[in-house]
Design a protein around this ligand. Sequence first.
Ligand code: GAR
Length: 185
Amino acid sequence: MRLGVLVSGRGSNLQAILDAIAAGALEAEVSAVVSDKPDAPALQRVEKDVAVVVPRKDPRFEETIASVLEERGVELVVLAGFMKILSPWFLERFAGRIINIHPSLLPSFRGLHAQRQALERGVKISGCTVHWVDENLDGGPILAQTAVPVLGGDTEESLSERILAEEHRILVETIANITHTKKNS
Ligand code: GAR
């Protein structure tokens, strides 16, 4: 399965995918890593020919991303820390082929700083979610979730770190499941 991974920052979820492929745990290939930020550290995690920068100010931002993904034969688009909301036009073009990882138990704490929102709300359990992407912010059918307890004394950083470890696991597992389903269909 050819993957297109959209990123905006660090790229630890991208790295989890790359590591799983290298370990033979995921039958997939990262055909494109697209960043809306030219300086995203995620870009350094792949070969230069795989990495593509499409700046947000590009007047044809989504058209350019769509062309890159289609030219490279991408079958599944993975939003892995991609911090720009995609339009209905883009979602339609890749209908049923876009997943997102989010650091909360959706539908709680959509949007930015989900871990901070969880701490501020005082929940005792948070977690992470992988879901199909639809036109609603952090909406769409849920594919996988894992709970992570919020501990006394947790900071945004410590909670984020524990959730992140689970993100890496469920994102890779979900992609593996989709790959498996596709192979057997
Ligand atoms: C992850 O925690 C991911 O869940 C979050 O951004 C981080 C990216 O980390 N995404 C969102 O909040 C999307 N709403 P990474 O660049 O190290 O994978």
